[in-house]
Ligand binder design. Structure first.
Ligand SMILES: Nc1nc2c(ncn2[C@@H]2O[C@H](COP(=O)(O)OP(=O)(O)OP(=O)(O)O)[C@@H](O)[C@H]2O)c(=O)[nH]1
Ligand SMILES: [Mg+2]
Ligand SMILES: [Zn+2]
Length: 393
């Protein structure tokens, strides 16, 4: 069962997707912003799909009125069924339905029949999606009529057990985000650089900035893990080091995500929810118990079961807490494109004898030669080859 959102969270989500988007539109039109707050260029964009004639000041008035009289949770309302063509923001996707923030209220929303993803299991919706709602009845339930085009999204490929790999389906972890925070740990569960590489490739492919966050630093950071993270820093990837347990590095993490909509993702049990609880006291996200996480086996069991969009008290800051993942399929690009998402490999490729070298068994390969001398590059090339094989299947 999901935790209830506070009224402050409700207003905050509404503000992000309505007022902030309006400010962006005014800015694009060359109009003056009605307030002095800074507008992030990476902030959610408003598109044609929104009501074009909505007045910013009207929205502000509604918002101020709500501040005085907080919105009632959906369960207490007589009706929250919207008029046709009302838009909302998906804050949680569940197996049968979704929760949509609509006019400061949480509405249970259903997808139209027959709109399941190709594999019949995953919803085509993602947390952060803007959706058009239709009324179904005098209840707290609405039907989703359409999903607005996304300004961004991070997706992975999921291979269904027992099915041919060609039937992999794309799973959008979160939509309309600015930043991907890939959380990992030095132990319990073990550090997995191959998974990090998959995240970095997918973020690059999807045009998103990614930062790595090594959590659980209180457990000690082995030299090999420190060296690997230093390698990512040399590539230009920001690396945060935190302990949700002791609070070390939490302030720097809070600063890093300030003013963004960020997705916290990574292997199960690395401490995503714990870190978010440390970042924002009062969030009270459920975390895995010591016995539940099978820490000794380094496995971790999924504690967070669905992705949730949550506002933080830092202005204009939102996070998506998401369930841990064990596998991250990277497809959806021609094999030749893959190396372009490995800046270190790409930079060396000019020295290869063959212009179309794939850095596998070709003679006089500058990438493989350099990898013999550099353990970090060696690990990166191993990741690259694994992904290349996947793309060529
Ligand atoms: N020692 C230590 N343990 C931590 C830290 N952060 C989280 N943990 C523990 O790690 C376990 C998993 O934490 P969660 O926050 O549930 O991990 P998660 O990444 O959200 O897991 P999923 O929701 O399953 O993906 C819990 O037992 C936490 O108490 C940390 O910084 N140090
Ligand atoms: Mg969690
Ligand atoms: Zn080569």
């Amino acid at each position: 069962m999901s935790e209830k959102l506070t009224n402050r969270q409700v207003r905050s989500i509404k503000k992000m997707f309505e007022n902030k988007g309006r400010r962006q539109q005014l800015k694009q039109q060359g109009g003056k912003r009605p307030d002095s707050t800074s507008d992030r260029s990476r902030g959610p964009r408003r598109n044609d799909w929104d009501e074009a004639d909505e007045d910013y000041f009207t929205t502000e008035k509604i918002r101020r009125a709500e501040r005085v009289k907080p919105a009632q949770p959906a369960s207490q309302a007589d009706t929250v069924a919207p008029e046709p063509a009302e838009t909302g923001t998906v804050i949680e996707v569940r197996s049968g339905d979704s929760l949509v923030m609509y006019r400061g209220r949480t509405v249970r929303a259903l997808l139209p029949k027959g709109s399941r993803a190709a594999d019949g299991t995953r919803s085509p919706l993602a947390v952060g999606d803007r959706v058009e709602l239709e009324a179904v009845a005098r209840s707290d339930t609405a039907r989703i009529a359409s999903i607005a085009p996304r300004r961004s999204g991070l997706s992975r490929d999921v291979y269904e057990a027992g099915r041919h790999e060609a039937s992999a389906v794309a799973h959008v972890l979160a939509a309309n985000i600015d930043l991907v925070v890939v959380v990992c740990s030095p132990a319990e569960p073990p550090y997995r650089p191959r998974l990090l590489d998959r995240y970095l490739v997918a973020a690059s492919r999807d045009g998103l900035e990614a930062v790595i966050c090594l959590n659980k630093t209180d457990l000690g950071v082995p030299d090999a893990v420190a060296a690997s993270l230093a390698g990512y820093e040399r590539l230009g990837t920001r690396v945060l080091r935190t302990s949700a347990e002791t609070g070390d590095g939490v302030d720097a993490a809070r600063e890093c995500i300030a003013g963004t909509v960020s997705l916290f993702t990574g292997h199960s049990g690395v401490g995503k929810s714990s870190l978010l609880n440390a970042l924002e006291p009062g969030l009270s996200l459920r975390i895995g118990g010591v016995t539940e996480t099978k820490a000794g086996q380094g496995k971790g069991r999924h504690t967070t079961s669905s992705a949730r969009l949550l506002p933080l008290s830092t202005p204009d800051t939102f996070v998506v807490d998401s369930p841990g993942i064990r596998a991250f399929g990277v497809r959806g690009m021609p094999p030749r494109e893959l190396a372009t998402h490995f800046p270190d490999i790409d930079a060396l490729a000019g020295g290869c004898a063959f212009g179309d070298c794939r850095h596998r068994a070709e003679p006089d390969c500058a990438v493989r030669a350099a990898a013999h001398l550099d353990p970090f590059l060696k690990a990166r090339v191993a990741s690259y080859k694994g992904m290349l094989a996947e793309l060529e299947r």
